[in-house]
Design a binder for this molecule. Structure first.
Ligand code: SF4
Ligand code: SF4
Length: 111
C-alpha cells in the first residue's frame, strides 16, 4: 500500500519506512549511522517510521514544518487543506527540488 507524506513525498518508498515495516534492525542501524551526525546522532528507534502522518515517525521528520502544519490543520496531507498549495509547501518542494506536478499528483491534485 502506498503511504503519502503531508507534502506529497511517498513515505512508503523511503528506506527508513521499508526497514521499519520489515523490522530490519541491521538496515535501521546502518541508516541511523549514515543519516545521523555528531550534532544529531540517531538511534535505531529514532529511525522507525510508518509515514510522517502516522503515530510512528522518524525523529527528523518530527521537526518538519509542513508536517507540523498538516497536523495543526488536522488534515491527512496538504492536498486536503483549504490553504493548498501555500507558500510553506511550495518552499519545501523548492528546497528539496521536488517536482510540483508530481507532488500534486501524489496529493490527488492532478490537473
Ligand atoms: S516529514 Fe516533511 S518532508 Fe518528509 S514527507 Fe513529511 S511533510 Fe514531506
Ligand atoms: S497550510 Fe500549507 S503546509 Fe500547512 S497543511 Fe495547508 S497546504 Fe500544508
Amino acid at each position: 500500500m502506498q503511504v503519502i507524506g503531508a507534502c506529497g513525498l511517498i513515505c512508503s518508498e523511503c528506506e527508513a519506512f521499508k526497514a521499519t515495516q520489515a523490522n530490519d534492525l541491521e538496515k535501521l542501524t546502518e541508516l541511523a549511522k549514515s543519516w545521523g551526525s555528531p550534532e544529531n546522532p540517531l538511534t535505531v528507534d529514532d529511525m522507525r517510521c510508518n509515514g510522517c502522518m502516522s503515530d510512528v515517525v522518524f525523529k527528523n521528520a518530527l521537526k518538519c514544518g509542513v508536517r507540523g502544519c498538516a497536523v495543526e490543520h488536522k488534515v491527512a496531507h496538504c492536498g486536503e487543506c483549504s490553504d493548498f498549495a501555500c507558500q510553506k509547501l511550495n518552499g519545501l518542494w523548492k528546497g528539496y527540488k521536488l517536482n510540483p506536478t508530481d507532488m500534486m499528483k501524489n496529493l490527488g491534485k492532478a490537473q
